[in-house]
Design a protein around this ligand. Structure first.
Ligand SMILES: Nc1ncnc2c1ncn2[C@@H]1O[C@H](COP(=O)(O)OP(=O)(O)O)[C@@H](O)[C@H]1O
Ligand SMILES: [Mg+2]
Length: 409
């Protein structure tokens, strides 16, 4: 046999089941989320009985269990007998426009729905007729809702549907990893979507320990993972963000390191090593999925850090800080060169706070001295890598034809 493939067929000493460690795995029970699950179920219950429920908005940082809880609830509902409601679970990273969301709803429920050629109005009418036809209650779950480009239009369309529909109705559940996303919505969408609000708080270190421990029990061979390794992975992720995805990624990568080194245990040493690359990986994923203007801002900071800028070395020898006002100007010229409208300085400050909260940037108040009062900002990850990453997504998108959808309306 080819030597390189030998390990493919060798039984792992470290892992018992890799699948349960994958980010796509949905655990059968979710720890510490009873309250959230009950709250969501209560909000949905009227729809299950055939009455229109309240729209719900769910928010919390990445890795706080929002997607897993929602998918778990959908599974539970599908097992119930005599339910009046139909559900569309929509991953808005993929279905990122009103057109795509409406098409997804139609393909989910309407047999013989032919994907091509329909305009927004045709699909809208098809969905409405289908709802009315059997007095249906449709629950539309919009996960990562902030990825939708024309979200105000979508929310308007779906809520408008309720007044067009004579019997039955549509309920929306929006899920977002970003709290500041509210600010981007117009007030009418906001009041439609926020009939009920639900927060998913970050996990603390004890909670993360329990989550890792449970998964390790399923995914790793017995006795392989040192209990101190679990506590360390939990502590690192709790300090960082309270993100269960990060915690699970660290322990999995630590297992891979042990395996590569033909070790029989996963010790805290592998955990600390794994933590660094897991954190980076997650940061890059976050950057990749930032809303467009936040990505442009991060891009501006990366460029300024790499190519230097006028205020270099102002901050006691550390030359990697940039001034907030300067970043705004740079962002403005980048946006302009891409023919995009620059967001207001008010929104810009929001975005900066958001990026700071997500650990992408580090920001300090300058105190007195540098042009009165300003913010000093620094990237938390290597600027060159960030620059390359953003260029891949940013300019690829620009080259694509706008959207493959008919221009109805
Ligand atoms: N309460 C929990 N119990 C067990 N695993 C969890 C829990 N919360 C999150 N996870 C795990 O953490 C990862 C991220 O969860 P996810 O639901 O995708 O978070 P979010 O949608 O909030 O970003 C998933 O692998 C999930 O299985
Ligand atoms: Mg999610």
């Amino acid at each position: 046999m080819e030597k390189g493939f030998e390990s493919l067929f060798k039984e792992s000493i470290i892992f018992a089941n890799r699948e349960v460690l994958s980010p796509h795995y949905i655990p059968q029970h979710l720890l510490f989320r009873d309250k959230q699950i009950t709250d969501i179920e209560n909000a949905i219950t009227p729809s299950l009985r055939g009455e229109r429920g309240r729209n719900v908005f769910i928010y919390g940082k990445t890795g706080t269990g929002k997607t897993s809880c929602m998918k778990y609830i959908v599974e539970q509902i599908r097992k119930l007998p005599m339910v009046r409601a139909e559900i569309s679970y929509i991953n808005c990273r993929v279905y990122n426009s009103r057109y795509r969301v409406l098409s997804k709803i139609a393909t989910d429920h309407i047999p013989m729905y032919a994907k091509r050629g329909y305009g927004v109005i045709d699909i809208y009418e098809k969905v409405i007729n289908w709802v009315e036809e059997d007095n249906r209650m449709l629950i539309v779950i919009l996960d990562e809702i902030d990825m939708i480009k024309d979200l105000d239009d979508l929310i308007y369309t779906l809520s408008r549907a309720n007044s067009d529909i004579k019997s039955g109705g549509i309920t929306m559940i929006g899920i977002s990893n970003r709290v500041s996303f509210k600010e981007d919505l117009d007030p009418r969408s906001l009041s439609t979507l926020y009939e009920k609000e639900l927060a998913f708080p970050p996990y603390n270190s004890q909670e993360l320990s329990a989550i890792i421990k449970e998964r390790v029990g399923k995914g790793f061979k017995e006795g392989v993972v040192d209990p101190a390794s679990i506590s360390l992975a939990a502590a690192i992720s709790a300090k960082d963000s309270g993100d269960a995805r990060l915690a699970l990624k660290i322990i999995t990568k630590a297992g891979e390191l042990s395996e590569e080194r033909n070790m029989t245990a996963v010790t805290p040493k592998e955990v600390s090593e794994a933590a660094k690359s897991a954190e980076e990986e997650i940061a890059y994923e976050i950057i990749n999925t930032l809303p467009e203007h936040q990505r442009l801002i991060v891009y501006a900071i990366a460029l300024m850090t790499i190519h230097g800028h006028r205020y270099k070395k102002l901050n006691e020898g550390d030359d990697s800080f940039v001034l907030s006002g300067e970043i705004y100007n740079r962002y403005h010229s980048i946006a302009e060169s891409l023919s995009k409208e620059t967001k207001s300085t008010r929104l810009y400050r929001r975005y900066i706070a958001d990026l700071n909260m997500q650990g992408i940037i580090i920001s300090y108040e300058s105190g007195k001295g540098i042009r009165g009062h300003t913010k000093l900002i620094k990237l938390a990850y290597p600027p060159l890598k960030i620059k390359e990453l953003i260029e891949k997504t940013l300019f690829k998108e620009e080259e694509l034809p706008a959207e493959n959808e008919p221009k109805a309306e």
